[in-house]
Design a protein around this ligand. Sequence first.
Ligand code: CS2
Ligand code: MG
Length: 408
Amino acid sequence: MRIERAEVLVTSPGRNFVTLRITTTDGVVGLGDATLNGRELAVVSYLRDHLVPLLVGREANDIEDTWQYLYRGAYWRRGPVTMSAIAAVDMALWDIKGKVAGLPVYQLLGGRSRRGGLAYGHASGSTLEALFTSVRNHLDEGFRAIRIQTGVPGLKKIYGVGGDQARGQKYDYEPAGRTAVPVEEDWDTRFYLQHIPGVFEAVRAEFGAGLPLLHDAHHRLTPNQAAQLGRSLEPYDLFWLEDCTPAENQEALRRVRAMTTTPLAIGEVLNSVHDYQTLITEQLIDYVRSSVTHGGGITAMRKLMDFAAIYGIRSGFHGPTDISPVGMAAALHLSIALHNFGIVEYMPHNAQTLEVFRTGYTFTDGLLDPGEAPGLGVEVDDELAATFPYTPAYLPVNRLLDGTVHDW
Ligand code: CS2
Ligand code: MG
């Protein structure tokens, strides 16, 4: 069974998604997610101009060989554009293999390790009152683990803090801005560090000790600041503190790790096992945050997680709405099969997106399940997808109060 055709679909039902569709000589179709938020068209070109011509005529069954061919054969290894493109090919080939076998992909990965994957939702509010409402709404929707982000006095707007939920603005920071250039936001780490511990104290007082709580620092702190935050949050027993320092400096986590017992998660911008080498071998983190979409696909993420398993490190795959339903499904098949699963991020896609991509995964009692459909279990509606053309959209840029550009 050879690859007959590979097409790249770009659609924007509220936000941009890049999907690779591979069709085999037997007429079997597989889908892969290649969405790289804010740099989508770079991956479209990488796929269309450089990978599709290499794929046509290749044996569709040989997933590992195709992965190595695209990774080693390119000479230029790693990086988010390359790895997202390879991920899309990899996912599509697993989708095809599952369909040919008549099995959901998780069965091909060794079968089920649990009933469902614990998912966390994004609660946020510019004030404590708005935050509490958001937490309650998430609990009502069935979430059993919740990420907490709030406004900070003295700062105008903070990424990850949504608007008025009653007016449907729940995740209005995702996508950040459908504008020609990025929106600019302000930032001051001292204001932030002074404010956050009190927020967690209030959330614990309101919702009790049992609820798993997470927090994302979005790479904005120095190692010392991150250590200070981790220590100040210890009384509130976080499930994790995410992306406390810029992820490209693995050694920075040594200082943080030595200073706090708050569990650490990092890696949504990492895309290779090599990016994790120090983090994993020195046990500097507790959770791997890469997505299957940006981490080279199921083949690569399975290996990364097996490496992490030796050190007792678990998965916490990135699952914001910029991971398409196809990428989310791939993450869920892997999550359900892995022994060292930890948690998975879940921001439900909007209704338009779920009309373009018909999904088979379910969310029940706080757990996500990939479903039993053969392959990944997602289908795309071409005609509907074509009615939502690509729209430029960018994440915000941060400036300190004196105008200096700050870490994302
Ligand atoms: C966030 C995301 O989900 C998360 O943890 O950090 O909102 C992230 O900023 C975007 O997905 C970036 O594309
Ligand atoms: Mg994050």
